[in-house]
Design a protein around this ligand. Sequence first.
Ligand SMILES: Nc1ncnc2c1ncn2[C@@H]1O[C@H](COP(=O)(O)OP(=O)(O)OP(=O)(O)O)[C@@H](O)[C@H]1O
Ligand SMILES: [Mg+2]
Length: 286
Amino acid sequence: MAVKPDTIIEANNAAFSYSGEGETVSPAVSGINLQVRPGEYLALVGPNGSGKTTLLKLFNALLIPSGGEVMVKGISTAEEARLPEVRRTCGMIFQNPDNQLVATTVEEDIAFGLENLALPPDVIRKRVLDTAHILGLERLLKQPPHLLSGGEKQRVAIAGVLAMEPECILMDEPTAMLDPAARRDVLKTVHELNRARGIAVVHVTHFPEEAARADRVAVLDKGKLVADGESEDILTNLPFLHRLGLQGTTAVELADLLRRDGCSLPPKIFQDRELVDSLCLLAQNS
Ligand SMILES: Nc1ncnc2c1ncn2[C@@H]1O[C@H](COP(=O)(O)OP(=O)(O)OP(=O)(O)O)[C@@H](O)[C@H]1O
Ligand SMILES: [Mg+2]
């Protein structure tokens, strides 16, 4: 028998329906088979209402599947007694950090989850300081979170999750409320955590440029997983993306327009740099 690859999250035929008042509601997600492996960066994309947030909540046991199962490090999320283990393995970051920040100072906020683990105070203190250092929050430790900027708040939310030493971070549109500089800043931090510490990331995003930086992209449509593959393969398949109302990266979209206008570009252009280099080459040869 083939050895099963190591997985952190495994959805087996998972489904979830939000129950209505006595009426039958069609499932928000169904028939989901998906694995998240240690250290990988997975982007989850799909139109509004396709089930991305629902799936992320299933991964973190905020929702329990109404069909099939979700396993986190071999533990079924339906096992209520083991919820703390599941939540410690998979930390969740939401779109709006205001919903996640609860304490009166940044340091208390980062320590919040740790306090519930009944760790000794000196261990908590060290973890808070280490995490604040990683996220560049040292000078803000005594500040009340509500006085911070959106990007700073999102970094405090990430710090609170990171302090729990998760193996996977689940992020639901974490940059949606941020300006371009704060977006870059938060993304850089998350990618560094992924690369340097091997923390797996599942990142729900509507930004093709963010999805393009993932190792893998999974696509949801009407609650079904309709594609799961390397980011380049998925995000250069414009007929598929456009059918779902999605877009490729700017470079992919522009290259497509240029080709339609008769510009002879290589068949696969994915990154901005590839498009710029191809256009420069064309200009030189014309
Ligand atoms: N609390 C809820 N009660 C009832 N139905 C819900 C609830 N939350 C979501 N749904 C429904 O479940 C489906 C999937 O919603 P979900 O929020 O998972 O989509 P999404 O892909 O995250 O969308 P978006 O891109 O807008 O964030 C939608 O049809 C939605 O209306
Ligand atoms: Mg959502």
